[in-house]
Ligand binder design. Sequence first.
Ligand code: HAM
Length: 415
Amino acid sequence: MDKQISFDPPRGMRDFYPADMVWRNKVFGAFREAGEAAGFEQYDACVVESYDLLARKSGEEVGDQIYHFFDKSERHIALRPEMTPTLARMVAARQKQLSFPIKWTTVAQCFRYERMTKGRKREHYQWNLDIIGEESVMAEVEVIGTACAALRRMGLSPEDFKVHVSSRALLGELLGASGIPAEKHAAVFLALDKRGKIPDEEIKYILSQGGLDEAGIAKVFEMFAVKGLDELPDSPAVANLRELFRLAEIAGFADCLQFDISVIRGLSYYTGIVFEAFDTKGEFRAIFGGGRYDSLLTTIGGDPTPAVGLGFGDVVVTELLKARLGENAAAEKRGIAVGFMFPEQRDAALALAARLRAKGEYVNLSLRNQKPKQFFARASESTCAKAVFIGPDDVASGKAKMKDLATREQSEFDL
Ligand code: HAM
């Protein structure tokens, strides 16, 4: 006999039952509305991408996590772990036709063969917001402000989350001032990104392997003592960060931001301001993360083009929303349940459902006759806000009652 097939999805993958889709739709709805409200245009691409593009352009860690395979013609293919390399490829392909700056958005399913921990799956949907072709910090302002607006639409406030902001340019200046040469900075960033995830001793070892002496390593760790921008001497990177905070004040989301020098980001392509959003209680993983990546277009062969963007996953934010707003907070009651008592009333119920649907109502029509108690019990548990139950008397009188399931108020109407 064949082995019994497991009812579980493959490890790290999710099934979305109707109750899960209610949450997904709430989250995706906020993504879409916030993106539209800020003038981002939608784009999309296939989840399958060429391995070379992804392996070379994602961060080291993400590069190791790629699901990849050879197709029947021996093409090396992968499931995208993130959208940014694909976006860069699409923009590079049309660089002469596009009129910059462009503001693009998508919700992309991404796959990473990760160690499974809270908030980390092997598949997730990631809302991406990117502005390509804008050098000024206005790009950061628009991208971060739009993500904060989405969190507000979902029902969270600045008390629930903060966007921690730093800058690789700033870290580069500090490393440079400590005598650490520029060609070592990228390796230092990737090692430092592991802070909190692996012991500091291990990070010091990685840095020493990268050629840093003990004094250099000590200087690197001293950087993290900086708590506020005002502790730092004026420099281009500091001025840039100050401008971001000033503009965020005008745009009305400064209360969502906080300077945090420890934000590094694990992807290698970031060049300037970097940021990551966390819940204020520190219970969950990063809600979203992003930054400026001014060199990615050139590294894939495009023209030099500044860029800023972020990725905002569906997993962590859904966990956070359930914890802060309640497990049932996404359920929205709307629509009308229509039922009938005996088979003889079925035609009348079907005709009523058709009429209501033609008017644009959401109608859940019972497929068979039911006892009134059964019908109303099911209707109350459903997503419907109102219910009509048709019995023999209703058909005879040509009138039926529409019941509000919350208030129990009834109103009569012509069948
Ligand atoms: P990332 O930090 O690797 O950045 O991912 C961004 C967000 O995606 C995370 O903050 C988290 O919400 C979600 N995420 C990532 N991996 C997982 C996972 N295994 N399970 C659940 N959620 C996950 C990027 O991917 C960049 N490409 C973002 C970007 C766009 N930068 C510029 N443009």
